[in-house]
Design a protein around this ligand. Structure first.
Ligand code: GLC
Length: 436
């Protein structure tokens, strides 16, 4: 009973309270600091390590456009919380912000709802083709572009080069190898806090990203190319079983993986407490920084697969969008063009570690020198597996988050959970058919 109450509180009441506080704070802000006609409000999440670079970029934009100002408003980094915030604001046609960062999975939903300004005129087709095709596809709705890919993400596997070498291992390409290496090293090191493999298992969007790529590494998929739900296929069952086994059977992942997100797994690995970590490419700059306990000891590769299958990482990333209810759309577009320029993307890549959405930057010498794995990453990014691209993605993800979590927490058998998820998702897809 108590556990249920706590779950209820943390799942529904606390986020609602948080959003309420956020909007109260912003109202107060607005009253004390009226936004002038020449000020654009840029809303984005708290991107790790990016504070100074954002300020630098804004100063540069203001220098190039005398009289214009940009004011940042910052949201928490959890994708679910940001999504709730935007849905609430945009449903009431809020004009409180002009430019905002959106997750690659939201563009179809926000476009269908009519919340995004058409930005096709910013870049002609010839320039659009310089970007990675998958996020451009996700940002295109009924032939028009509604957001500009700003940076691109794909899941990667970080490993401790020094430890693998010490035990004579080469980086794992299969899940079996990953398990064996993690077990051997953890046993051999006999170090109290050392975990074999960290991943994001909390009930949120990050879990879908992990599951999506493990499923694909087992040769399965959530939806197939013709849009059919494939959750009851054997590879999906095997993938979920493997993830579960990392905790309960192989014991290479700690139980706290079930409440882990990107940042706490990054910190644990940074402090030398894990052999392998699944995370996004942004972590690299943190690991290599001066003072990092793992500096020079980390390698990075694409996600493994079962033998004979091709591992594919989940496609992620963030897009620049213009609020359709903004009263300063022309200025807002100017800022989007500026921030998505090759120069800005390169600066953010070098200082923050975000990965450019413009493909030719992967040939940049400075970036290649600073981040030698960038060439391999290009291959991983180009092959990355998108989550289902549909305006109903948020509902689909919500169902998957509940069912995957129940499986991993060992409270629901895999076949039951996947049957239930399939029935619910099929229903949603039928609704989608009705909107076409
Ligand atoms: C990263 C990805 C984003 C994904 C999120 C999940 O920010 O870029 O696409 O939804 O992680 O936590």
């Amino acid at each position: 009973m108590r556990r249920k109450t706590v779950r209820y509180l943390s799942r529904y009441l606390l986020p609602a309270l948080f959003l309420l506080l956020l909007s109260c704070g912003q109202k107060q802000n607005r009253q004390s600091q009226a936004v002038s006609d020449s000020t654009i409000v840029f809303k984005h999440f708290k991107l790790a390590n990016a504070r100074r670079q954002f300020q630098k970029a804004i100063t540069e934009f203001e220098r190039q456009n005398p009289g214009l100002h940009v004011r940042e408003e910052i949201l928490p980094s959890n994708s679910n919380i940001q999504h709730q915030f935007y849905v609430t604001s945009l449903e009431s046609h809020s004009a409180d912000f002009d430019v905002f960062l959106i997750d690659v999975i939201w563009t179809p939903e926000f476009s269908l709802a009519g919340w995004l300004e058409d930005v096709s005129d910013l870049f002609p087709d010839s320039v659009q083709s310089q970007f990675f095709p998958a996020p451009i596809k996700a940002d295109t709705y009924q032939g028009r572009l509604f957001a500009i890919p700003w940076y691109i993400d794909a899941g990667v596997l970080y490993y401790r080069k020094d430890l693998l070498q010490k035990y004579g291992f080469t980086p794992p390409t299969t899940y079996d190898q990953l398990v064996r290496q993690a077990q051997t090293i953890v046993q051999g090191e006999n170090q109290k806090n050392l975990n074999g493999f960290l991943w994001q298992g909390k009930q949120y969007e990050g879990l879908i990203c992990v599951a999506n790529e493990i499923i694909s590494g087992f040769g399965g998929t959530i939806l197939d190319d013709s849009g059919r739900v494939r959750l009851q296929d054997a590879p999906v069952r095997q993938a979920l079983q493997w993830l579960k086994d990392t905790i309960y059977r192989y014991r290479i992942s700690p139980r706290w993986a079930l409440s882990a997100d990107e940042e706490n797994t990054r910190l644990s690995f940074l402090n030398g407490n894990a052999v392998f970590l699944r995370n996004w490419p942004y972590c690299w700059t943190f690991f290599q920084r001066k003072g990092s306990p793992v500096k020079g000891k980390v390698g990075v590769i694409g996600m493994p697969s079962i033998s004979g299958k091709q591992g594919r990482s989940t496609l992620g990333g963030w897009q620049l969008a213009v609020n359709r209810f903004s009263r300063k759309k022309v200025l807002a577009k100017k800022f989007v063009r500026f921030l998505s320029s090759a120069k800005m993307q390169l600066e953010f890549a070098l200082t923050v570690g975000t990965k450019p959405s413009r493909r030719n930057l992967y040939r940049n010498r400075q970036l290649q020198m600073q981040q030698p794995f960038i060439a391999d990453l290009y291959r991983i990014l180009i092959q990355a597996k998108p989550r289902p691209v549909t305006p109903f993605y948020a509902q689909i993800s919500q169902i998957l988050q509940i069912e995957f979590s129940a499986v991993l927490a060992n409270i629901r058998p895999i076949p039951n959970a996947m049957h239930s998820a399939s029935v619910q998702i099929e229903h949603i897809l039928q609704l989608e058919q009705g909107t076409k």
